[in-house]
Design a protein around this ligand. Structure first.
Ligand code: T3D
Length: 263
């Protein structure tokens, strides 16, 4: 029997999703994209999932679209890539960005094309020191997709985004951290344990509040200050009603760690 394309493991409130096509550096075919989107969609309503960790098997994180599938899809030598994006890529970007739970991406190796841009759609991105990032698209005369033209300018500004996308040069993980593309680099030797510890920390957090932070920051891209202040007041009202807020204050007063339930 073939290995599953996506490995899943759920423990202690953390759903671990591992891309599992290591021979092609976890390049994305339609079946893997569908499995990922389905996993995020199911996690959105699963109360036992309080955080998601996305990573890759083998030496790569994700090399973007499986170019053998792209070539095979072509009709008379011409693929309809826009259709593929609308049907298979965009729903995954939406699932990652709309789920009201924290998503940590642990980039364990090279992240190229849509593979890099799926990582940048996640909430917190950590990387192995030896990992590399590459906006590979222009190398094969494609434009960046999977939300990259939306997320990168917001993360690092237009000047660096244009350089990365037009020159399509690889950058090392430490440079990605320096630019502000990712949160943190971990040494190769303890990458997995550090990434897992961070993900478990998120899974033990005040889940609804973390989800609200995500929603509010996404809304800030289109809101003016007055609208954002109104959103803060609205969301803080909801946070103030939560069990986790009561627990947080009680824990502070009792000088102990809070035991959040995600409620
Ligand atoms: O329909 C659509 O196409 C939708 C569009 C989606 C947007 C995209 O994501 S477009 C961008 C697609 N990705 C790329 O252009 C990246 C292609 N890969 C590379 O440039 C390099 O592989 C890397 C820089 C990522 C890594 O280089 P390196 O030297 O570490 O590894 P390698 O030797 O090139 O790759 C290892 C194997 O993975 C190799 O297979 P082999 O020779 O051992 O049998 C290679 O062919 C395979 N592989 C790597 N990337 C892909 C791939 N196979 C299929 N598709 C890939 N994208």
């Amino acid at each position: 029997m073939d290995d599953p394309l996506l490995l899943t493991d759920k423990q202690d409130g953390l759903l671990c999703l591992t891309l599992n096509r290591p021979k092609s550096l976890n390049s994305l075919n339609r079946a893997l994209l569908a499995a990922l989107t389905e996993a995020f969609t199911a996690a959105a309503t699963d109360e036992t999932v309080r955080a998601i960790l996305l990573t890759g098997a083998g030496r790569g994180f994700c090399a973007g679209a499986d170019l053998t599938e792209t070539a095979a899809d072509a009709v008379d030598g011409v693929p309809d890539i826009g259709k593929n994006l609308r049907e298979n890529y965009d729903p995954l970007v939406q699932a990652i960005t709309q789920i009201e739970k924290p998503v940590l991406c642990a980039v364990n190796g090279v992240a190229a094309g849509a593979g890099a841009n799926f990582a940048f759609a996640c909430d917190i991105v950590v990387a192995k020191k030896s990992a590399r990032f590459l906006q590979a698209f222009a190398r094969i005369a494609l434009v960046p997709d999977a939300g990259g033209t939306w997320h990168l300018p917001r993360l690092i500004g237009l000047a660096k985004t244009k350089g990365l996308m037009m020159l399509a040069d690889e950058i090392e993980a430490t440079e990605a951290e320096r630019l502000g593309l990712i949160w943190q680099v971990f040494e190769d030797d303890d990458f997995e344990s550090q990434a897992k510890a961070l993900a478990l920390r998120l899974a033990k957090g005040p889940t609804k509040t973390l989800g609200a932070i995500k929603t509010m920051l996404a809304a800030s891209a289109d809101n003016n200050l007055d609208q954002q202040l109104a959103l803060e007041a609205e969301q803080q009202t909801i946070a103030g009603y939560s069990e986790d807020f009561r627990e947080g204050v009680m824990a502070f007063l009792q000088k102990r760690d809070a035991n959040f339930k995600g409620k």
